[in-house]
Design a protein around this ligand. Structure first.
Ligand code: ASP
Ligand code: MG
Length: 447
């Protein structure tokens, strides 16, 4: 029998009605063993952080108000789901009472360690998972028994070998007897059995780790959009779902702010050969994206991305006599200031780089003037055509240049990994360029 890991984010378990929908979707995968990984109900993790902060600031009333709201949310959902048995209510109350004791402790000491914060933050997933498992009538596995991490509280690193071992010990036997198991995303424990978290948004990471450990046939990441899109739909109304893409392409798109999924979190799964799909709970039978464990999507262009708020800084050498070491000196200055350079273009006597608008431009200019004449062009945007085989595909270059015909372009760079052709335009032209590239590549263009 195949095994699926199905992960549901905060919005997907955000209310009783949404949880019913989750149960529906899980049900639709009958015939497979299913490990259901859930996030905290939407907004709850934030509230837990605010609650703890309020306690640290000796604002006890406010902290207790946060707690009472969290308690009410879960109790109400349990009633709507008709699972408010004394046992289930008891489990919720136990977590709430524990939080209450911690709040008093933090208030007393005025101190909040990362370790305590992780214990508190874990309550969100522990509470939501009680509701989901209760409603689906299936066993709940405490993820802390399986997801072993180091003790880097607030953003712990998983220990893959240990996770594999504990999965075989605790999860595999459960899956022998039951078709569906519910567990929590985001949380784990260290060697001392203290609760840890994988960092905000860490539930995808949990799903990836579990999927790798049990060698799932697929990891389904259920969220509120139909996968990764060919462009930002606020800019390009014809944007549509990218059906298949590689890890590198997904990572490239994420660096441009495609926030659907942080691809690094599913790296362990892809390394283990497990594909990851991104699907919408609002349209369970709609489109979805697959991040394939293979090397490449095989598609010359999978999506077009844009980043605004960019400036171009150029340094032009005044004399040609001092060429050796020019680039080294230049990048040393960026490096020492911890400034990350995005695109680079060089010619014999000048170098241009793109930087975030918020980089310390004045100080940087002063220092760089030792090397040459510095000029800055602001109000720029980077546009990237992301896909595979760019290097081998003259059509991509052709299509791109035809689509941006007549638009002034400042700088062009082709990523060394050949999955990214980027160029910089004036911010006022950016949206128009996005639309015309999208038309060319996806609406009856070359593919
Ligand atoms: N509940 C956690 C957070 O909001 C983890 C997650 O949702 O992935 O950061
Ligand atoms: Mg969340």
């Amino acid at each position: 029998m195949t095994t699926l890991v199905m992960k549901f984010g905060g919005t997907s378990v955000g209310s009783a009605a949404r949880i019913k929908e989750v149960a529906h979707i899980v049900e639709s995968r009958q015939g497979a063993k299913r490990v259901v990984v859930v996030s905290a109900m939407a907004g709850v993790t934030n509230s837990l952080f605010e609650m703890a902060e309020a306690a640290r600031g000796h604002n006890l009333d406010k902290a207790l108000q946060f707690l009472s709201r969290i308690e009410q949310t879960h109790l109400e959902a349990s009633r709507s789901l008709e699972v408010a048995t004394p046992d289930l209510i008891g489990q919720i109350k136990e977590i709430v009472e524990n939080l209450q004791r911690r709040i008093h402790g933090i208030d007393l000491l005025g101190e909040l360690s990362l370790r305590t914060m992780d214990e508190i933050a874990s309550a969100g997933e522990r509470l939501s998972s009680i509701l989901v498992a209760g409603f689906m009538g299936c066993p709940l596995l405490d993820a802390r028994h399986v997801i072993r991490t180091d003790s880097h509280f607030g953003g712990a690193h998983p220990k893959l070998a240990a996770i594999k071992k504990f999965t075989a010990l605790h999860l595999a036997p459960l899956l022998e007897s039951y078709d569906v198991i519910v567990t929590q995303g985001y949380i784990g424990s260290d060697d001392a059995n203290d609760t840890t978290t994988l960092g905000r948004g860490g539930s995808d990471y949990s799903a990836g780790l579990l999927g790798a450990a049990i060698q799932a046939s697929e990891i389904e990441i259920w969220t509120d959009v139909e996968g990764i899109l060919t462009a930002d739909p606020r800019v390009v109304s014809a944007a549509r779902t990218v059906e298949i893409l590689s890890y590198d392409e997904a990572a490239e798109l994420a660096s441009y702010g495609a926030k659907v999924l942080h691809p690094a979190t599913v790296r362990p799964a892809l390394d283990a050969g497990v594909p990851v799909t991104i699907r919408s709970t609002f349209k369970p039978n709609g489109m979805f994206s697959t991040i394939s464990p293979g090397e490449s999507s095989g598609r010359p262009c999978v999506a077009i991305a844009m980043r605004r708020n960019v400036v171009i800084l150029s340094v032009t050498q005044e004399s040609m006599t001092d060429q050796a070491g020019f680039l080294a000196k230049l990048f040393d200055i960026f490096g020492r200031r911890g400034i990350s350079v995005d695109l680079v273009s060089t010619s014999e006597i000048s170098v241009s780089v793109s930087l975030d608008r918020n980089a310390p431009l004045e100080a940087l200019t002063q220092e760089l003037e030792k090397l040459g004449k510095v000029s800055i062009a602001s109000d720029r945007a980077v546009i990237a055509v992301v896909g595979d085989l760019l290097r081998k595909t003259p059509e991509v270059l052709h299509t791109t240049f035809v689509a941006i015909d007549g638009i002034p372009v400042d700088l062009i760079s082709m990523g060394a990994n050949a999955i990214n052709l980027s160029f910089i335009v004036q911010e006022q032209d950016a949206e128009r360029v996005m639309r015309s590239l999208h038309t060319a590549f996806f609406e009856g263009g070359t593919q």
